[in-house]
Ligand binder design. Structure first.
Ligand code: MG
Length: 394
C-alpha cells in the first residue's frame, strides 16, 4: 500500500466528512492521517477505531479531553482548539487536506494547508467567500491546487477541463461568456414572502433533492447559499460576478454549466449525490466507477429552467449587493447569516428574520475594500455582535 496518499479530513463527522471516509473505504488510495471535528466525539471515536489516524483534533476543549480518555487504549494523539486544527492542516506529510468544517472556523486551517503547500479539497464555503482575494494569489504562489467539492463548483470545474493551468488557476478563461450556476430553488420555490414568514426549521430542513448538513440546507431554503456560491465561483474561476448567472433548475440534474463565447454550452449532469463531486476532488483527474444508480436520460422528463425570485428570496439580493461591493461586506453577509441560521434552527427567530439580520448587519458595516485576514476575523466578530444585538429586538 506504499502508494497511498496521506489525507487529513477537517470536519470528518459532518455530511461531507462522512461521505469522504465512505469514498475512501470503497475506492482506497488514501491513508487517513488525521481527522478533526467540532464536537461530535461519539462518531469521532468510531472513526478513530475504524481508520486509525495518527492525530485527531476536537475543536471543543472539553470534548477533546473526554475523547482523550475514551481512546486511551489507542495510539492516537488528541489535539484541541483552533491551534490543533491548524497543526493538522499544516502537517508537511499531508498529500491532500479536505476542509469540510462548517462556518468561519474553517478559514484559518484552510489557509494553513495552502501555506504548507498541500493540495486542498474544499467544502468550506467561507474560505473563498470571505478571503478569496487572499487565497487565489496564495494558491498560485505555493503551487497548490484547490479542488472544489461543492456540486456546482465541481460541475463548473468539470466543464472547464483543459482550462485550468498547471498552477490550478484559470489563465485561459477569456473564452468564457458566462457561468450558469444552477439552483434547485429549495423547498420554498414558488412561494410568496408572506408564506416564507411562517416557515419553521422542520419545513426548511426538507430539501427536495439533496441530503446535506442542517446549516447548508437552511441556506438552500433561503437561497443565501446561492449568493455564497456566486462569491466562491468568482474567485475560484476568475470570472467577474456579472458574468455568473443563477439559473433555477428544480430537479438538480444539471449541476452547473459554462457558456463559451462561441455560444456553446457545456453542462455537467448527474443524479444529485455529493459522492460524485467528492470522488472527483479526491481522485482528480481520474474518474471512479459509480456502483449504484446512474443518471438515465431516458427517464428524464421536464428539465425546466427559471429565473430566481429576488423579491421573495431577499437574501439572494442582499448577497448580490455584497458581491457588487466586494471587500469585507461579503464577510458580514456570511457571518450575519451564520448567526441568524443558528438562532433559526434553535427556534428563536422566524425564517425571514434571517434576511432582516443580514440586511441590518450589512447596513451597519463600514466596508473595507481589500481586507487582511485580521480585518476579516474582526469583521466577523463585529457582524456577530451586531446580529446578536439586533436579535434581541426581534
Ligand atoms: Mg452547492
Amino acid at each position: 500500500m506504499k502508494n497511498d496518499r496521506n489525507i487529513c479530513i477537517l470536519g470528518s463527522t459532518g455530511s461531507i466528512g462522512k461521505q469522504t471516509l465512505e469514498t475512501i473505504l470503497t475506492y482506497g488510495g488514501f491513508k487517513v492521517r488525521s481527522l478533526a471535528a467540532k464536537s461530535s466525539i461519539d462518531l469521532l471515536e468510531e472513526q478513530i477505531r475504524a481508520f486509525k489516524p495518527e492525530s485527531v483534533c476536537v475543536y471543543d476543549e472539553d470534548k477533546a479531553s473526554e475523547l482523550k480518555s475514551r481512546v486511551a487504549d489507542t495510539d492516537v494523539r488528541i489535539l484541541s482548539g483552533m491551534e490543533g486544527l491548524i497543526r493538522l492542516a499544516s502537517d508537511p506529510d499531508n498529500d491532500l487536506v479536505v476542509t469540510a468544517l462548517v462556518g468561519m472556523i474553517g478559514i484559518r486551517p484552510t489557509i494553513a494547508a495552502i501555506e504548507a503547500g498541500c493540495d486542498v479539497a474544499l467544502a468550506n464555503k467561507e474560505t473563498l467567500v470571505t478571503a478569496g482575494h487572499l487565497i487565489m494569489p496564495m494558491l498560485a504562489e505555493k503551487g497548490v491546487r484547490l479542488f472544489p467539492i461543492d456540486s456546482e463548483h465541481s460541475a463548473i470545474f468539470q466543464c472547464l477541463q483543459g482550462y485550468m493551468g498547471p498552477d490550478g488557476s484559470y489563465p485561459y478563461n477569456a473564452d468564457i461568456d458566462s457561468i450558469l450556476l444552477t439552483a434547485s430553488g429549495g423547498p420554498f420555490r414558488g412561494m410568496s414572502y408572506d408564506e416564507l414568514k411562517t416557515k419553521t426549521a422542520t419545513d426548511a430542513l426538507k430539501h427536495p433533492n439533496w441530503s446535506m448538513g442542517s446549516k447548508i440546507t437552511i441556506d438552500s431554503a433561503s437561497m443565501v447559499n446561492k449568493a455564497l456560491e456566486v462569491m466562491e465561483a468568482r474567485w475560484l474561476f476568475g470570472v467577474e460576478p456579472d458574468r455568473i448567472r443563477i439559473l433555477i433548475q428544480p430537479k438538480s440534474i444539471i449541476h452547473s454549466a459554462v457558456q463559451f463565447k462561441d455560444g456553446s454550452i457545456i453542462a455537467q449532469m448527474g443524479l444529485p449525490d455529493m459522492k460524485l463531486p467528492i470522488r472527483y476532488a479526491l481522485y482528480y483527474p481520474l474518474r471512479q466507477p459509480e456502483h449504484g444508480r446512474m443518471l438515465d436520460l431516458l427517464e428524464l422528463t421536464g428539465l425546466e429552467f427559471d429565473k430566481p425570485d429576488y423579491e421573495t428570496f431577499r437574501g439572494l439580493k442582499l448577497g448580490l449587493d455584497a458581491i457588487r461591493q466586494g471587500g469585507s461586506i461579503c464577510t458580514v453577509f456570511n457571518a450575519a447569516n451564520e448567526y441568524a441560521v443558528a438562532r433559526f434552527l434553535e427556534g428563536k427567530i422566524g425564517f425571514t428574520d434571517i434576511y432582516d439580520i443580514i440586511g441590518e448587519c450589512m447596513k451597519r458595516h463600514v466596508n473595507i475594500a481589500s481586507p487582511s485576514l485580521e480585518d476579516i476575523l474582526r469583521t466577523e466578530e463585529e457582524a456577530y455582535a451586531n446580529a446578536k444585538e439586533y436579535c434581541k429586538q426581534l
